[in-house]
Every structure is written in C-alpha cells, then in structure tokens.
Design a protein around this ligand. Structure first.
Ligand SMILES: Nc1ncnc2c1ncn2[C@@H]1O[C@H](COP(=O)(O)OP(=O)(O)OP(=O)(O)O)[C@@H](O)[C@H]1O
Ligand SMILES: [Mg+2]
Length: 395
C-alpha cells in the first residue's frame, strides 16, 4: 500500500526528530566520555553525567545514588533543570529508600523501574508530591557484577515520561559504571603501589639492621683482633707484621664500604635522629652548597619522612651528577594539610622523568602517597622539582 502524502511527511518529520535526538545523545555521551577518559574526579564526572542526562531526557531533575548497606542510598550527584526549583538538595546526603520507591524496586530486581509518585508511600512519596514530581524512572548501575546504585530521573507534572526513557538512560548508566570502575582501579593501584613500597622499605630497613648489628659488628671485632695481633707480633717477624697490617687496612676499607651500602639501603639516621637531622646531614655531605629551609611542625608518618628523605637525596645526587650548578635550595614546609618540598638548582636544566630510574622512582613514591610531582627544567635555566604530599592533621 502506498502511504498518503501527509503520512509520508509525518513519518519524515518523525525520522528527522529521531535523528536529531540521536545526534544530541551522541554529542552528550561523547562530551562526558571524554571527561571520564581524561580522568576528571568521579564527583565532577557524576555531576556532568547528571546534567547531560537530565537535559537529554528533558527531566526536571536527576540524581545518581549509591546504595548503602542498610536500606538507604546516598546522593553522589544531582542536577535540576535551571527552570525548575532545586528539589534534590533538600534530600542531600543519605535517604531511606523505603519499600515502594523506584530505587527500592531497582535494588530488589536489578532492573530499570518507573514509579508514579502517587504510589510511593512515606517520606519519599511526600517529598516527591510536595515538589510536584509526578514520575521517577530509575536504572540500576552495575559495577563489576555488583549492584552499586541507581541513576534516577524525575519528571514534574502528571504525564508519564516517554516509554523509551529507560533505554535512553542506558548509555549514561554505563558511563557512571565506567567512572566508578576507573576510580576504583586507580585507588587499588595506589594501594598496591603503597604496599609494595612499604614492603620494600621494610625489607631494606631489616637488611640494614642485619648488616649493622650482624656483619658490621662481626667485622669490627675481627678488625680489632687483627690490630691487636699486629701489636703482638715479635719484632723479628717483620713480614708477618706487614701482612697483618695490610689485612687490617683491607678490613677497614670493607667496613666503610659496608657502611656505605647500609646507608643506601635505609637511611638509619632517619630512625635515629629524625628527618630534620637527616636532611641537615644530606646538605652537609653535598659538595654543591645547599641552602636548606625546613619548617615542619610536628612529626610526619614514617612513609612520608622516608619519601622526603629519598627525594632530597636523589635530587642532590642529580645536581651533583648532571647540573653543574653552583648552589641548591631545598625548601620544606607544611601548610593546609600538605607538605611542600622544592629542590631547585641554578644548573644546566634539561632534566626529564624517564631518562633514568631516579626521577621515575620518586614519581612512584609520590604517587603512592597521592601527592603531586612537577619537574621544571628548561635548558640553561636550572632545575626545579616541586612536590606536594597530603598529610592528615593528626599525623
Ligand atoms: N638537576 C638536574 N640538572 C640537569 N639535568 C638533570 C638533573 N636531574 C636530572 N637530570 C637529567 O634527567 C635525567 C633523568 O634523571 P634520573 O635521576 O631519572 O636518572 P639518572 O640520574 O640519569 O640515573 P639514576 O637516577 O637512575 O641513577 C638524567 O639522566 C639527567 O640527564
Ligand atoms: Mg638520578
């Protein structure tokens, strides 16, 4: 049967509107996907998703809710149409999902659900009706096979939202799941890196102690015995005396080499005398003059102290090896829950992370403490390493 002209026009107009809608949906998705891929923080990503989604399905407000262990959910992001009153903020934080809300149905079934507010009892039903919200559509967010929460879109007025609303939410729900999974893998990665570094620091500390208390003490006492033997050799045994003296000298060299190795393994001075003294010692030992300004109030967690020590140690070694500098400034301070450390020289510049293992190792250590590391090293203008490490107030 041939369609009449008005029908054909109507169908063309509908197709056009559908194409237009699809293009808008793709644009919104691309925008949020790009933000997520760039690694913006989960709260920012959720806010962007809530806003794009609300605009796309013409909702009056949207909320991304995380299910808690009890029968409640926490609003992690919300959006309200600029033309409608902001109703979600009133609901801020945690709210009871009850038994007949869309959220409760989604939690029970793991599938998308819609509810008209007149069928929702209790606090949530009252809240929805008092703001004129007629319908709520909710879709489950699954993260790694676990029902994490829901994305809910709310519509004011009596007419129910189009039947394809749930389908349109789907792609955005995927983005919410991706954002959570991404944040979780980053947190897991940081945790495992922290564990690896802590374990390796502990092993180094143990080896340093074993060397110090065991091998070093043993060698020192042998050295003492050999020197005693040297003085006991009769005068007519000159050759034996020479040999024993030479052995004693060799033993002294081995001992100082061993001390050097132990020092490289773990900065014993840190545990013995504290960070301040350890940094002063590094500055004193540096052949390039160091201007050290350290103002820390109170102790720091051990891993932070060890990290600061290694950063200064590696940065000063780099200055000596690569910079041809005439001076170095080391500044260490603590403010607003952050440690700020900078090491700057007036040398050749041109440093880059990844050309050796030193700076890369520092980057890993700083990352493990959720800090930031910036390296500025324009050729001919010296090198500046700027680090921030968050520390808790009570630490
Ligand atoms: N203060 C500096 N001034 C000039 N160049 C630097 C400075 N620090 C580092 N560099 C350059 O950056 C590169 C990377 O430094 P990094 O500490 O990672 O490696 P490395 O010192 O060469 O080797 P490693 O630290 O593994 O013994 C160095 O090879 C050097 O060319
Ligand atoms: Mg180096």
């Amino acid at each position: 049967m041939v369609a009449s002209l008005p029908d054909a026009v109507r169908s063309l107009v509908a197709d056009r509107a559908e194409l237009h809608r699809l293009a808008r949906a793709q644009g919104a998705l691309r925008h949020v996907a790009m933000l997520v891929a760039r690694g913006i923080s989960p709260p920012e990503a959720f806010r962007a998703i809530a806003a794009e989604l609300g605009t796309l399905v013409r909702a009056d407000c949207t909320a991304i809710n995380r299910y808690e262990a009890d029968q409640s959910a926490t609003v992690v992001a919300h959006w309200s149409d600029p033309g409608s009153p902001d109703v979600i903020t009133r609901l801020s934080g945690r709210w009871p999902i009850g038994s007949d809300t869309a959220a409760a149905a989604v939690r029970r079934t793991g599938a998308p659900k819609r509810r008209s507010s007149e069928h929702i009892s209790g606090e949530i039903g009252q809240w929805a009706r008092s703001y004129g919200i007629g319908h709520i559509v909710s879709c489950p967010v699954w993260v790694e096979a676990r029902l994490w929460g829901e994305v809910a879109v709310m519509f004011r007025g009596d007419s129910p939202p189009p039947h394809r609303t749930e389908e349109r939410l789907n792609d955005f729900v995927e983005l919410v799941a991706c954002t959570i999974a991404q944040a979780k893998s980053r947190a897991d990665l940081i945790d495992s890196r922290t564990r690896v570094i802590a374990a390796s620091d502990a092993t180094r500390r143990r080896i340093e102690r074993d060397l110090h208390d065991g091998v070093q003490q043993h060698l020192t006492s042998i050295n003492y015995d050999v020197r005693a033997a040297v003085s006991a050799v009769p005068p007519d045994q000159a050759e034996l005396k020479r040999q024993l003296s030479s052995t004693a000298e060799d033993l002294s060299v081995v001992l100082s080499e061993l001390q050097e190795i132990a020092r490289g393994l773990h900065p014993a001075v840190l545990s013995k005398s504290g960070l301040d003294a350890a940094l002063k010692m590094l500055a004193r030992r540096s052949p390039v003059p160091v201007d050290l300004q350290a103002s820390l109030s109170g102790p720091l967690p051990e891993q932070v102290e060890v990290t600061i020590y290694y950063i200064v140690c590696e940065a000063l070694t780099n200055v000596l090896k690569h910079a041809h500098a005439s001076k170095v400034h080391v500044d260490l301070s603590r403010a607003d829950g952050q440690i700020r450390l900078s090491v700057s020289d007036d040398g050749l510049g041109g440093a880059a992370v990844g050309h050796g293992s030193g700076l890369m190792g520092l980057n890993d250590r700083v990352d493990a403490l959720e800090g930031t590391m910036r390296l500025m090293s324009p050729a001919g203008e010296g090198t500046s390493l700027q680090i921030t490490i968050p520390v808790k107030a009570h630490a």
